[in-house]
Design a protein around this ligand. Sequence first.
Ligand code: TYD
Length: 132
Amino acid sequence: MNYKLINMKVFGDERGKLVSLEGNKNIPFDIKRVYYIFDTLPEQERGKHAHKNLEQVIVAMDGACQFVLDDGKTKETVWLNRPDIGLYIGPGMWREMRHFSYGCKLMVLASTYYDENEYIRNYDEFLEAIKK
Ligand code: TYD
């Protein structure tokens, strides 16, 4: 399974808390792109794709959602519900996001610029691709 949870160092004092994300330090790649997902609904699912080479770290900045991670053999579920934990997902992982809480905000750090050709959006194609 090409994913892991990353515990971010939290700088906290009486003023509040701060987390710093740095490429090739606590984020295991050069950060080329940041995007975020918001205004989701609990009954709406997202994702349902894999990437050929892209690496990502996803942080639930607010609220919670569940990730289903699938390497073609095994499926595991992970809840993201803390702004100090990042979910790293490497290439060759099918992912689905579901059970978004109201107000959930996901921030995604990505290792490449957006490129639709880098997506595998068909599950049978994904199973074929990981055999290679
Ligand atoms: P989509 O891949 O469906 O989102 P999810 O990761 O939740 O499955 O992306 C939604 C739309 O946004 C789609 O038309 C592609 C576009 N998009 C960009 O233009 N740039 C990006 O960096 C991303 C992630 C998506």
